[in-house]
Structure formats: structure tokens, C-alpha cells
Design a protein around this ligand. Structure first.
Ligand code: FAD
Length: 514
């Protein structure tokens, strides 16, 4: 049984709507302080915006242009805090920003990067350097004519695994995490919330009670209380990415400026691919239906082709994804100018059950947002303990950031039948928990049924038992990105295997979600 999933009818201290990074981060922080917590996610963990990001733990260089110094400083500091907590799923990355005559002047880029290096928190990440793309090997992948470039540091993250690891740690500390469970209504009954839930698989309905409610429904945050005073307006902004086969053999990423003032990233992704994004477009409709438009695809291809020597074409695209940012509506006219900062609203006068609404936020700032949320929770429910999450490692992340390469080599020494790329994938995804998945295996057969692309039953069992996996899509697109190797995977066999395993454990597969 997934840890923490015992049911109770007594009011919990905190009920959280939404299993994205913010909901799971708040659940973990609150459970660690001793609050009783239930979190409901209508679909799979990280199935909303939190699996559709550019996958950066970054200060946000371009937010400096909008004078968002508070947000940038907090984000810059968080980079090394989060890297230390999860050195398996978070990796340092160098970004190369070619200078362009006619776009932002050199002095402005130098000033921005000087601020970026010095605003705070950088201890291990190397500082900005100047490069000459006429001589740097990376220059060869670009169209001729590029000279000066600036190279700076940020980090990349496996965003959906960051969500799941927070949920797991929350559950270990006593939180009840309920996936495929939709909140259909929430009403105050004096000092408690009465919350109606519907199981998205069985259709079963249930009523639960809580002393405080947190609305962390991301882009659905306004819909949760539509037409009621608790609804807070958000501006929905869609962003899309394309993924193509690896465009170049260098570990560094590009930060390209476009003639329209926007920027796009080209990032080495899962070793065999390049991730290109993002766009920024106002969005209306159901956030779950967001997908890349023809115009966005053309825009990203054209932006990349302004720079790369070998042009990409539509046929090169192996995957696309889109997410919807729930931004605080600050009245900015352009989508890319709306603030990326988060806003927490506490409502409910004395004697009435409190509601905390989470609006906006970045993957990068989820831990600080959670601490601030807990400040409000403690104001409403009484103090339980101080901030504790900085430095408290996430599952599998109990090693020093410098040891990442050594862990991959060690896993391969301990399990010589693994290829180097399998070993890399397992350490990158599970850190020190890779050893728990592989157990006493001395050959690949001992890991059980093979589904292709290095995926075996032992890993699937781990994901079902510990990470709330219910469908093939959960495995291939959120707990891993093995979906990128879809042609090698026997999805029908994986589907049957998951269904049988859930059947044995008495848990229903999410048939309704397929
Ligand atoms: P979500 O992840 O959307 O979580 C909300 C959850 O609530 C969903 O899973 C949903 O299913 C659930 N839910 C909704 N209604 C209900 C209900 N009634 N009952 C139960 N569950 C419900 N940030 C960075 O730091 N770095 C980046 O590189 C970056 N890139 C981005 C690129 C794009 C294109 C976008 C769109 C965002 C990016 N961000 C980035 C921002 C970041 O992804 C988001 O701010 C963050 O994921 C929001 O998390 P959340 O938990 O608030 O929302």
C-alpha cells in the first residue's frame, strides 16, 4: 500500500487541492511540522503545469528586465538549495547566450549577468564567462558569423519527479496523498471545511472535513470556486516546447534572443534529445486541453533556425508538450511581461475556516512558497515548528552534488549487466534508491519482465508501490521520459502488467484516465 493512505473521518488540519509542485511542497512542509494533511489530485501527480515546464531551476535572467529583483534573488538562492536536496534529478547547466548586433547591447547583457552572479546564493555554480563562438567548438553548430557570447550557470530539473519526491516525503511524514481524486465542492461549515470528493476511477463520492483549505489547483485555481467570493482572478498563459533528436554533441545549452524581444532555450535533454522552448500566449479554456498550435510550432522552428547551422524541419519533432501558467493578474499588457512572482491570499475572518489560495509561482520557488504558506497556516491554526526543508534531502538524494558521476560508476560496478546509459538513467531518476529497485539482481532476467528501453518489472513494481503509478502514461511520461523511446516499448504488455499488479494489490487501474 502506498504510504500514508489510511482513511479517517476526523477533520484534518490541512486539506490541499492539487498535486502539482506547490501542493506537494506545502504538503511535505506541513507534514514535517506535525500537521495532519490530506492532498487530493484529480489526475496523476504532476499531470498539470508541473510536468510541462522548461525544466529549469533558474533565477530567470529575463525577469531582470521587468525589475523582478525579489523573485530573481529568491530563485537564484534556491538553485543551490534545491540542487543539494536532490542532486540526482537536478543538474548544473551552462547556458551560452550569443550576442547579436541590433538586439540587447553588450553592456546590458554584462550588467544583467553581473547581477545574476552576485545577487545571492552562488557558491558552487561557476560564474559567467565570455566566449568567442568563432573559436569555441559550440560555435560550429551555429550559422557562421557569431562572435562574442556570454556563458552563465543555472540548473535543469526533472520537474515531474521533483513533484513525486515531495509527495513521497510528505507521505513518509504522515500526509495522505490521494491521486485520481477530484474535489467537486468545498463549503465552510463554521470553523471547518466540508469537502466533497469524487474518485475518478470508481466514481465513488466521499465527504471529508478540514480545519483549513489550501487551493493549489494551479491553472484551475479560479475554477475551484467559480462564481464564489473565494475565486481569485488569474491570467492563463500557455507555453509550448518541441523536442527533437540531439542537435549537437556538447553539454551546454543555448539562450537565444529573438528579434521580437522574446527568448528561447535549446537544452540538451535526456542525453539523446534537444528541448526547444518556450512560447508565451494568452490562453482560455480547460488547461488540461492545452496543446501546441501550428503557429507556435512554426515560431519555435523559425527561432531555432535563425541560429542553428543545420535547419530543423517539422519531421524532426519527436515530442511536443504545452503547459498553462496561472499568473497573478497584474494587468500587464503582454503575456511575457506578466509577473512570474507568486501571491498567497489568506481569507476567512475569525471563527471561520481559513482558506489559503496559491496563485502563480515557479518550480524553482516552490520550497520558499511552501515556507511562506506554512507561515499563514501557523497564523491560522497555531504554531507547530520552524522552517525545516532547506537541506532536508528528498528521497534518493542523500549524496553530495559532486558525487553524481561516482554514483553512476558505482551502480555499474555493483550491477555489471547494466549499460552506462541505463545506469545514468537510474541514478538520474532514483539516486540512491536505484539500489533498492535493483536489489540482489545479478543479471537482467532477475529484474523480471522486460518492456523495452531498459524498463523492467522491478522498476514498474517500485513505481506502483511507492509512487502512485496507475497507467502506462504515468510511467512513460511523468515518472520517466521513456515515452521518448516509445517505438522500443511494448506498451500493451506494460498496460497488462500494471493492471494485473494493481489487481493483486486490490487497487484499481485508472481506466477512466486512459
Ligand atoms: P499544477 O502543476 O498545475 O498543479 C495543480 C494541480 O491541481 C493539477 O495537477 C491539477 O490536476 C490539480 N487540480 C486542479 N483542480 C483540481 C480539483 N478540483 N481537485 C483535485 N485536483 C485538482 N518554472 C520554473 O521554475 N522553471 C521553468 O523552467 C519553468 N518553465 C515553465 C514553462 C512553461 C511553459 C510553463 C507553463 C511554466 C513554467 N514554469 C517554470 C512555471 C511552473 O511550471 C509552474 O509555476 C508550476 O508548475 C505550477 O505548479 P502548481 O502546483 O501551482 O500547478
Amino acid at each position: 500500500m502506498t504510504p500514508g493512505n489510511e482513511h479517517t473521518t476526523d477533520p484534518v488540519d490541512l486539506f490541499i487541492i492539487g498535486g502539482g509542485i506547490n501542493g506537494c511542497g506545502i504538503a511535505r512542509d506541513a507534514a514535517g511540522r506535525g500537521f495532519s494533511v490530506t492532498l487530493a489530485e484529480k489526475d496523476d501527480l504532476a499531470s498539470g503545469t508541473s510536468s510541462a515546464s522548461t525544466k529549469l531551476i533558474h533565477g530567470g535572467l529575463r525577469y531582470l528586465e521587468h525589475y523582478e529583483f525579489r523573485l530573481v534573488r529568491e530563485s537564484l538562492i534556491e538553485r543551490e538549495v534545491l540542487w543539494g536536496m536532490a542532486p540526482h534529478i537536478i543538474q548544473p547547466m551552462r547556458f551560452v547566450l550569443p550576442h547579436h548586433k541590433g538586439l540587447r547591447p553588450k553592456w546590458l547583457l554584462r550588467l544583467g549577468l553581473f547581477l545574476y552572479d552576485s545577487l545571492g546564493g552562488r557558491k558552487k555554480l561557476p560564474p559567467t564567462a565570455t566566449r568567442d563562438l568563432a573559436t569555441d567548438p559550440l560555435g560550429k553548430v551555429l550559422r557562421p558569423g557569431h562572435g562574442t557570447a556570454f556563458e552563465y550557470s543555472d540548473c535543469t530539473v526533472d520537474d515531474s519527479r521533483l513533484v513525486v519526491l515531495n509527495a513521497r516525503d510528505a507521505a513518509t511524514r504522515g500526509a495522505m496523498i490521494r491521486t485520481r481524486t477530484k474535489v467537486t465542492s468545498a463549503q465552510r461549515e463554521g470553523a471547518v471545511w466540508r469537502i466533497e470528493l469524487t474518485d475518478q476511477i470508481s466514481g465513488a463520492e466521499e465527504t471529508v472535513f478540514a480545519r483549513m483549505l489550501v487551493n493549489a489547483a494551479g491553472p484551475w485555481v479560479e475554477q475551484t470556486f467559480k462564481g464564489q467570493p473565494e475565486a481569485h482572478a488569474v491570467r492563463l498563459v500557455k507555453g509550448s516546447h518541441i523536442v527533437v533528436r540531439k542537435l549537437y554533441d556538447d553539454p551546454r545549452s543555448f539562450f537565444f534572443q529573438n528579434a521580437d524581444g522574446r527568448i528561447i532555450f535549446a537544452i540538451p535533454y535526456k542525453r539523446e534529445f534537444t528541448l526547444i522552448g518556450t512560447t508565451d500566449a494568452d490562453f482560455a479554456g480547460n488547461p488540461g486541453d492545452a496543446e501546441i498550435s501550428e503557429g507556435e510550432t512554426d515560431y519555435l522552428i523559425a527561432a531555432a533556425n535563425e541560429y542553428f547551422a543545420t535547419p530543423i524541419v517539422r519531421g524532426d519533432i519527436v515530442w511536443t508538450y504545452s503547459g498553462v501558467r496561472p499568473l497573478y493578474d497584474d494587468g500587464a499588457s503582454k503575456a511575457q511581461e506578466a509577473t512570474r512572482d507568486y501571491v498567497l491570499k489568506l481569507t476567512g475572518e475569525a471563527g471561520v475556516a481559513p482558506l489559503l489560495t496559491v496563485i502563480g509561482g515557479k518550480i524553482t520557488t516552490y520550497r520558499r512558497l511552501s515556507e511562506e504558506a506554512l507561515g499563514h497556516v501557523q497564523t491560522a491554526l497555531g504554531a507547530r515548528g520552524g522552517d525545516w526543508t532547506a537541506g532536508a534531502g528528498l528521497p534518493g538524494g542523500d549524496f553530495a552534488v559532486e558525487q553524481f558521476g561516482e554514483k553512476i560508476a558505482q551502480l555499474q560496478r555493483d550491477y555489471p549487466f547494466l549499460s552506462e546509459s541505463d545506469s545514468w538513467r537510474l541514478v538520474h531518476s532514483y539516486g540512491t534508491e536505484a539500489w533498492a529497485i535493483l536489489g540482489n539482481a545479478t543479471d537482467a532476467e532477475a529484474l523480471g519482465r522486460a518492456f523495452g528501453a531498459g524498463l523492467y518489472a522491478a522498476e514498474v513494481d517500485f513505481l506502483i508501490e511507492r509512487e502512485w503509478v496507475r497507467t502506462v502514461e504515468d510511467v512513460l511520461w511523468r515518472r520517466s521520459k521513456l515515452g521518448l523511446h516509445g517505438e522500443q516499448i511494448d506498451s500493451a504488455a506494460l498496460d497488462a502488467y500494471i493492471a494485473a499488479a494493481l489487481d493483486r494489490s486490490g487497487t484499481k487501474a485508472a481506466i477512466a484516465q486512459r
